[in-house]
Design a protein around this ligand. Structure first.
Ligand code: HEC
Ligand code: HEC
Length: 185
């Protein structure tokens, strides 16, 4: 199943001219847009957005307030000077400090603050912004990445995203398989 998808995504890429970049088959547009709607519900949740910012710092909590202690992303997304993410964030949640392996921020091009659903969708599918990922690589990431998975066991009183991890991955898979269509706005 997954292999077929990967082959499909790669074949799609070969046909690529402009958007959609992750999968160029015309697909079932309505199904694709409906699936992206579910994907977007997760991506725009504070558990994801607090790391995927376009600011110089991560944010925290359900209101996405600026991270305390003057923490900033720094050149490698792992903090600056003595204020490194790993000083406080360990491989697992400890008391109220969230944790997962290699806790850090994504590059600025993977920041999603304030994007409309259409812009969010196009960013996710654009290899120049998404870390040069194909559709298959996006799926692999949302399925297995420790920081993504952490969002469903965030510790303290943090709320998980509104869709289960399983349903989120299934929606991402559908979105790509049906052509990775994006809302116009
Ligand atoms: C602790 C910070 C952190 C959290 C929380 C987090 N991410 Fe990420 N995310 C990253 C980092 C770092 C990368 C870049 C990984 C790389 O390219 O090596 C990334 C990359 C990604 C990518 C691939 C790049 C892109 O923009 O397409 C996707 C998709 C993604 N994350 C989805 C999510 C989703 C969905 C959630 C919430 C369920 C989430 N992330 C939560 C840190 C985080
Ligand atoms: C001095 C310790 C410290 C450092 C350094 C630190 N953090 Fe934190 N971080 C915390 C604590 C404590 C919390 C929990 C705050 C709360 O819930 O009240 C937190 C919460 C967070 C959250 C919020 C999770 C959520 O969804 O609510 C994110 C995201 C985060 N940190 C990212 C980072 C990143 C990325 C770095 C490095 C660039 C970093 N932090 C550096 C102590 C630190």
């Amino acid at each position: 199943m997954r292999l077929v998808l990967i082959a499909g995504a790669l074949a799609g890429l070969a046909l690529m001219t402009s958007w959609p970049t992750v999968y160029a088959a015309s697909g079932d547009k309505a199904a694709s847009l409906a699936a992206f709607d579910t994907v977007a519900k997760v991506m725009t949740h504070p558990r994801c957005m607090n790391c995927h910012t376009t600011t110089a710092w991560p944010t925290q909590g359900d209101k996405s307030e600026r991270h305390g202690f003057n923490v900033v992303r720094g050149p490698d997304g792992r903090g600056q000077g003595g204020m490194r993410c790993s000083n406080c964030h360990k491989d697992k949640n400890i008391a109220n400090i969230p944790g997962a392996k290699d806790w850090h921020m994504p590059p600025l091009s993977q920041g999603w603050t304030g994007l409309t659903p259409g812009a969010l969708c196009r960013t996710l599918g654009d290899p120049e912004k998404n870390g040069n990922r194909t559709g298959a690589k996006i799926l692999e990431h949302v399925h297995a990445d420790a920081l993504v998975v952490w969002s469903w066991t965030p510790g303290a009183k943090r709320t998980p995203p509104p869709v289960t991890h399983k349903d989120f991955v299934a929606a991402a898979e559908t979105w790509i398989r049906t052509g990775a269509h994006c809302p116009s706005s």
